[in-house]
Design a protein around this ligand. Sequence first.
Ligand code: CMC
Length: 429
Amino acid sequence: MSDKKAQLTVDGIDGVIEMPVLSGTLGPDVVDVSSLTGKGLFTYDPGFVSTAACESKITYIDGAKGVLLHRGYPIEQLAEKSDYLETCYLLMNGELPNAEQKKQYVDSIMNHTMVHESLVNFFKGFRYDAHPMAMMCGVVGALASFYHDSLDITDPEHRKVSADRLIAKMPTLAAMCYKHSKGQPFMYPDNSLSYAENFLHMMFGTPCEPSKIDPVVAKAMDVIFLLHADHEQNASTSTVRLAGSSGANPFACISSGIAALWGPAHGGANEAVLNMLREIGDESRIGEFVKRAKDKNDPFRLMGFGHRVYKNFDPRSRVMQGIADEVLSAMGAENDPLLKIAKKLEKIALEDEYFVEKKLYPNVDFYSGIIMKAIGIPTDMFTVIFATGRTAGWIAHWNEMISNPYKIGRPRQLYTGYTARDYVPLEER
Ligand code: CMC
């Protein structure tokens, strides 16, 4: 840590307030404002645009350069050379596993893929057309009711088994959501398959026919999970940390992360991108939609464009674009009209002065929906797939927080409501 200091003078407060400036291994310095409360002051930063809420060693993003590192490893290298479960291990443990560690980890995850049979009754309670994210919020939180034996968050072994259970069971629950909407029987996991293959088997297999899993599709699915695995302190991860800071169990915390992810400004964007491309419908209408996106009086935004942190290409979107080309050609869908609209839209937006000036580039969600559509995954399942991949990051951040000294998260506010006033009896109002 550096011995840099920041100094602040505030009208009405005597003297200069000195605050330590902390330096990480990468990224901007951070002013430690925690002493300000002792001076009767709070900081104000809606949307946390200038606030580091925690210290973390897991993921680093340089938004200006389009860099994303997990435990120091660039996302492009992980997408090309690693796989989802190895990346989960890396996020959780800080280092890549050796061969024996990898085998043990994969065995442990695959050992936990089944869910308690009573969970089937939860699904029976949902309407056939329930949104899968609504079901996921419920059933993931409900997992806590099955594991009283391992919910002591102060015990590292309990935390590890909960993390393994969550990563293992998310694809099973995700596929159950889909099967419920189709009215098809749930498929049990097949642990002889890889993580991504197993998910595809539970999604698309039926008891009548063995699953046929295209290796290109399985690889694409694995990379989709991997590219979504973590993204430092985004809205859902911060939600998981905040929920976890009260001592809540990990299943409840991940359920809160799923809720935060659901919104269209976050994970819900992949579903929104495809809906937008369908609404555009034809390349000739792209100009009209770009115009709307630039109109301050129109709430419409180009979904899949822009990012709070990336002010350059989202490195994940480049990998995603490559996979989109591979999957569509493997499925013989190179001429998919939505892909054509997406490519044209990307080109037009990247050349448009408004998008250039505001540094609005395609984000991870821009191409992921097209790939998932080609695979046959329905639009309302897209955010569930995001949640499945992101569970690794959520649980790694939760575990990092609980493994170190932490305080309950309790932001303050700038109060602008009424000052104290007397209660008015009903008959006098
Ligand atoms: N289309 C048109 N204008 C946009 C867009 C867009 N997609 N994104 C941002 N802008 C404009 C915005 O109107 C604002 O203009 P001005 O400065 O004139 O008011 C400026 O760019 C900055 O936008 P902001 O909303 O202040 O930026 P933010 O950092 O708060 O929002 C964002 C980031 C991702 C919520 C936003 O870019 C957005 O809504 N994008 C579309 C939704 C989307 O694709 N979300 C997925 C994000 S990546 C996946 C994930 O991490 O979950």
